[in-house]
Design a protein around this ligand. Structure first.
Ligand code: ADP
Ligand code: MG
Length: 685
């Protein structure tokens, strides 16, 4: 029996492609013959013109035709095949350091050959080392188009790939998928015309435009790719809207009661965000909304209001955070808010004792607990809800698509609210996140003083130490963030312990605490509690405090080896200070010498306090692949288009996607099939 993938419509089987070749094609992302149409060249070689040997330039590749006058296997330290080729205008040497007996036979005197390669100056005139050689038999016209050079992989020759692409171009109809009026409006060339031009450009084609991917034919391809992405996202969106979820309209009982007790009024941005969420919850299909707001913008209270709206309708709510510290903090905060309102909360995390855990699970399953707060432990199978109406996921970018899917399956189709302090640059939210609705809190609560960022080489450690002491003596608190050590939790722990020791020796007069990822959860919670209460003045921490930790009296942060950290991480860490009325500072210590990339990152974080700007620069530095992290699994990445550089095309694609789906559903389907094959059916979250 064949594997499921092998019988799939469009597999390479019908072409009789040998398994070894098929495997290499798959490496290139090519699973079906039709996909070869969109396997586009990287560059081109000009084999349309012959260059007389006398005029062969040194350097650029040229095509030469002549007769073999002499061929010898020579020994000059190693075996080599040396042939003289004549064309009436001059003689050229071709030299092979590796060769097969079959070559010796084929390149015998008298044979007519065509060579393509770069010439260099040898002892006896121009010489080509390992040119591409074709032995001519009878009439062999020159190609009429430039020769494409494709991205390939070991074991798959350009010739083989070219033949496959040619076959695909001949066999598939290359139908136009865009309505004519649209193409005219966007001034885009036809699909067939564009694809043929890119694979086989005429000799006079503008190579800079083609190889620089700015030719109109390239714009057409990039537009098509972006359009496919938009269509796919939009279809998801529509499919989700077609599913049913419990309608949870606001009753203004619990939410009003919470707002009345709150010590601060909501900012306008918070009210607007809650308004949008509230409206979504009232509808009978699942919300999938991303609440975005820079670190410290006050997302938690908005989440609490959403949870209460679900509770007003007798539905349960799950609140999940990526780290235990953050989950614990939410637990404390929500408990303080919800206890007076008689909304019971269950706490579910990894470190619970069996009995506590079982009790919590029971309260969630029976519906006795209205709200469940925890870490990814909430995803686990034993966690059963009586009627889950809303799932809130904090710091959503830390969770993978699969985990979110697992949570969704716990309810019929609960509403989902995702929160993120890693702002998504506009081009990304227009593309990879286009299936989500987004609310943005673009305003900080009043009374914050901006954080000053300082860059200090670690040779000036003494100054940093003086500042930390001054701040603590003045009654404020500080974080001392340990250097990040990649991939090794054990090393990280060692560094944290070592840093803690040094810091304690440096500040014998201060109350110093330590928190790191390996600490048992109760201890972690206890340390954080003491820091929050002001008992600990200086907290030595690993990056576990990166997300969500909220201690307003902490106004100074020192980050060691900031050059090792990513931009998003630095911005998150810095967001831990500047939460109170006190002027705050973040000191980034770095060790020289800095790599160019590290220098660039430090410069960006130093110059920008706005998270959106930091994120945009981050995207430019790293490209969407890394930026997307977990989300990219399941979401096809763009191959040709560049979100920032092709922003105009992205905007255009977004604009027309809705229109095409509505007025030309057949065209939309054909377009998706061409670009995503079956992949678009896999995208479900
Ligand atoms: P984040 O968006 O990073 O999750 P939080 O929800 O933790 O931010 O809020 C940061 C701090 O701001 C908390 O101490 C919170 O109590 C406070 N806060 C939130 N909203 C307001 C507001 N409207 N006015 C004053 N303080 C607020
Ligand atoms: Mg938060």
């Amino acid at each position: 029996m064949k594997a499921e993938g092998a019988t799939r419509n469009g597999d390479l089987d019908p072409w009789g492609v040998p398994p070894a070749v098929a495997a290499r094609l798959k490496k290139l992302g090519l699973h079906a013959p039709a996909e070869l149409v969109l396997h586009l060249p990287l560059r081109y070689e000009d084999e349309t013109r012959l260059t007389p040997i006398r005029e062969v330039p040194l350097g650029p590749s040229v095509l030469v035709e002549g007769t073999i006058a002499d061929a010898q296997v020579q020994y000059r330290g190693r075996r080599m095949l040396v042939c003289q080729v004549e064309d009436g205008s001059g003689t050229l040497v071709m030299r092979f350091l590796n060769f097969y007996p079959s070559q010796v036979k084929a390149y015998a005197p008298g044979a007519r050959v065509r060579l393509f390669g770069e010439a260099r100056l040898g002892l006896f005139g121009p010489e080509m080392v390992h040119p591409r050689v074709r032995v001519l038999r009878g009439e062999t016209p020159l190609p009429e188009t430039l020769t494409p050079v494709y991205p390939t992989t070991a074991g798959l020759s350009q010739d083989a790939l070219r033949r496959l692409v040619e076959r695909a171009l001949a066999e598939f109809p290359l139908t136009e998928s865009l309505p004519a009026e649209l193409r005219a409006r966007l001034k885009l060339p036809g699909f067939r015309e564009s694809v043929l031009h890119l694979h086989n450009p005429p000799p006079k084609a503008k190579l800079e435009l083609l190889e620089g991917r700015s030719h109109p034919a390239w714009r057409r391809i990039k537009f098509d790719e972006l359009l496919a992405q938009q269509l796919s996202m939009r279809l998801h969106y529509q499919r989700r809207r077609a599913r049913a979820a419990p309608a949870l309209p606001p009753h203004h009982g619990l939410t009003r009661a919470l707002l009345d007790r709150l010590l601060f009024p909501l900012t306008r941005a918070q009210r607007r965000a809650y308004g949008e969420i509230s409206r979504d919850l009232s509808e009978s299909h699942p919300m999938q909304r991303l609440l975005q707001g820079d670190v410290g913008s006050g997302k938690t209270i908005v989440a609490a209001l959403a949870a209460l709206q679900a509770a007003e309708n007798g539905c349960q709510c799950a609140i999940m955070a990526p780290t235990e510290i953050l989950a614990e903090q939410h637990h404390l905060k929500f408990s303080a808010w919800f206890a007076p309102l008689d909304v019971p909360i269950a706490w579910i995390a990894g470190g619970l004792r069996k009995k506590e855990r079982e009790a919590a699970l029971k309260r969630v399953a029976s519906g006795e607990a209205t709200v469940a707060i925890g870490t990814h432990a909430l995803f686990q199978e034993e966690v059963k809800f009586r009627n889950l109406g809303l799932a809130i996921i904090d710091e959503q970018h830390r969770f993978g698509v699969h985990q979110r899917l697992a949570l969704r399956q716990k309810g019929d189709s609960p509403h989902q609210l995702m929160m993120s302090a890693t702002p998504i640059p506009r081009t990304l939210s227009m593309s990879y996140y286009a299936d989500l609705d987004v609310s943005v809190i673009d305003e900080m609560p009043p009374g914050r003083t901006p954080v000053t960022t300082k860059l200090i080489a670690d040779s000036r450690r003494d100054e940093v130490i003086a500042r930390v002491r001054d701040a603590c003596v003045a009654g404020r608190q500080a974080y001392w963030v340990c250097p990040l050590i990649e991939d090794s939790e054990a090393l990280q722990l060692k560094t944290a312990l070592a840093t803690f020791d040094t810091v304690r020796q440096t500040f014998p007069d201060l109350r110093v605490g330590l928190v790191h990822g390996r600490l048992p959860s109760e201890e972690k919670a206890a340390v954080m509690g003491r820091f929050k209460a002001g008992e600990i003045q200086l907290l030595v921490a690993t990056t576990v405090i990166e997300v969500g930790v909220d201690v307003p009296n902490a106004s100074l942060m020192v980050i060691e080896h900031a050059e090792r950290m990513g931009l998003a991480q630095l911005h998150q860490l810095r967001g831990r200070v500047g939460r109170g009325a006190e002027a705050s500072a973040c000191i980034l210590m770095y060790a020289n010498p800095l790599s160019d990339a590290a220098r660039e990152r430090l410069k960006i974080i130093f110059e920008n306090s706005d998270g959106f700007e930091v994120a945009r620069r981050d995207l430019m530095l790293r490209g969407p692949g890394e930026f997307l992290g977990a989300r990219q699994s399941g979401v096809p990445l763009l191959r040709f288009a560049d979100l920032e550089a092709d922003r105009d095309l992205l905007e255009a694609a977004r604009e027309v996607a809705a229109q095409i789906l509505e007025r030309h559903p057949e065209a939309a389907r054909a377009h998706l099939e061409r670009w995503l094959g079956e992949r678009h059916r896999l995208l479900r979250v």
